[in-house]
Design a binder for this molecule. Structure first.
Ligand code: NAD
Ligand code: ZN
Length: 399
């Protein structure tokens, strides 16, 4: 039977459209009593009544700011006409481990059930991208989704994952194997959190800013080059970098036409096919942003070797990442499986995660990504070899 010629007799195509709105606020310190962001975000749809919420806090954020719970309670007191903190804060172990622990999701679900959250209650999550992903996943499952207010506390989460529409946990050896598309109710980015963040995590978060600059905004790339020595210290420059990265990610989600990633393309995932694999191969010893730094240099070198990108632009990228203190090579890149670089398996896993046709973003210029549907493994192996050899002299002219 010729399926192309088939026309169903009774045609009842169901079309469902749902639009989502969520504010992303930028503030200095959302727990300061004179900062209305959090109270407004929680009560914005019904400012005439009190809103119950449960708060989940990244354990490392709490350790870095031990007065956090007292500050939060004082904040709720000041805004008691609209806020009602339900139950004690839930402290969630920070970092990638929380996404690897199925018992944590279970624990969160039980906590939300015990708190009798309804679909108009909220979960406020204060933490890094990993805690936001795990808590967001649990919040999306309860009653098929309760309101989630994200308060991202890392550079990466404020500029990238925390402002987006996804959540997820790792399972069966694969990153983000379980997860949902669930736009948050609101996001509040406060620069104050970044003052507690270890410099390693600041650097790692800036890798995503470099990434989005590479594929979308040459002017932002120039700015990062000019501010590389200052941007790793908390303050106005770092706040600017985070804000610009967030804006570029938000613009993409708003205008790409595919916020729930139904197609095979993932234009913002420059450097990510290798990065995801490297994170797993390193047993999450590498930060996501560190893996992205390596993945971007691999794909930029590939772009340069295949004639897409000039050697001068590749050099700018490697220099900027080095200036930000981000890695170019890790021993893990030498790992082989059946004589092949282990990282290569990341390509098929990336395709599988996206579904459909392999789509990888390469670089055509600083500020301009380009999608391709096949990569030559021999060229990838050459690029891997280049990564392993230190020094920028390696950016030799193309033969
Ligand atoms: N959902 C998405 O769209 C999306 C997008 C990009 C990345 N991600 C995910 O985000 C995760 C990485 O997030 P991340 O880079 O924020 O790292 P992270 O959440 O692992 O945080 C890094 C470390 O810093 C700690 N920390 C967080 N905030 C702190 C603060 N203010 N002060 C002191 N310590 C603090 C954390 O506990 C952790 O130990 C990965 O799991 C990645 O897959 C998700
Ligand atoms: Zn990323």
């Amino acid at each position: 039977m010729d399926l192309a010629a088939f026309r169903p007799a009774t045609h009842s195509m169901q079309t469902v459209s749902v639009s989502f709105d969520y504010p992303v606020l930028f503030s200095r310190d959302c727990l300061a009593s004179d900062d209305p962001s959090l109270a407004w975000a929680l009560s914005r749809l019904r400012p005439d009544r009190r809103h119950r919420f449960v708060v989940c806090i990244d354990a490392n954020v709490l350790a870095a700011r031990p007065s956090l719970v007292a500050e939060l309670e004082a904040y709720v007191q000041v805004h008691s006409s609209v806020l009602e903190l339900h139950a004690a804060p839930v402290v969630v172990p920070g970092g990638e481990d929380c996404k690897n622990d199925p018992a944590l999701v279970q624990h969160l679900l039980q906590t939300f059930a015990a708190a009798h959250l309804d679909r108009h209650s909220a979960v406020v999550c204060i933490g890094g991208g990993a805690v936001l992903d795990a808590v967001g996943y649990a919040a999306a499952l309860v009653h098929r989704g309760v309101r989630l207010v994200r308060v991202p506390t890392t550079v990466l989460a404020q500029g990238d994952g925390g402002v987006g529409v996804k959540n997820g946990v790792n399972a069966f050896g694969a990153k983000n194997f379980l997860g949902t598309f669930a736009p948050p109710f609101a996001v509040i980015n406060s620069g104050r959190w970044l003052e507690h963040l270890p410099v390693r995590d600041i650097r790692a978060g800036l890798a995503e800013a470099v990434k989005v600059a590479c594929i979308r905004d040459a002017g932002f790339f120039d700015w990062l080059e000019a501010h590389a020595s200052r941007v790793t210290t908390p303050g106005a420059d770092l706040d600017h970098a985070v804000r610009r990265a967030a804006e570029l990610h938000l613009e993409h989600i708003r205008t790409s036409g595919d916020p729930f990633e139904l197609g095979s393309a993932r234009p913002l995932d420059f450097g990510h096919w290798a990065a995801h694999k490297l994170e797993v191969l390193s047993q999450h010893g590498l930060r996501h942003g560190e893996a992205v730094s390596i993945g971007m240099q691999l794909d930029a070198r590939y772009s340069e070797r295949t004639g897409l990108l000039s050697s001068a632009q590749l050099l700018r990228l490697t220099r900027l990442l080095a200036a930000l203190g981000l890695p170019r090579h890790q021993e893990i890149l030498n790992k082989k499986i059946n004589g092949q670089p282990a990282v290569l398996a990341g390509l098929e896993e990336f395709r599988e995660h996206l579904g459909g046709e392999l789509t990888v973003t390469l670089l055509q210029d600083i500020g301009r990504g380009v999608e391709v549907h096949a990569l030559d493994t021999a060229v990838i192996e050459q690029a891997l070899h280049w990564l392993a050899t230190p020094g920028e002299v390696l950016v030799e002219p193309r033969a």
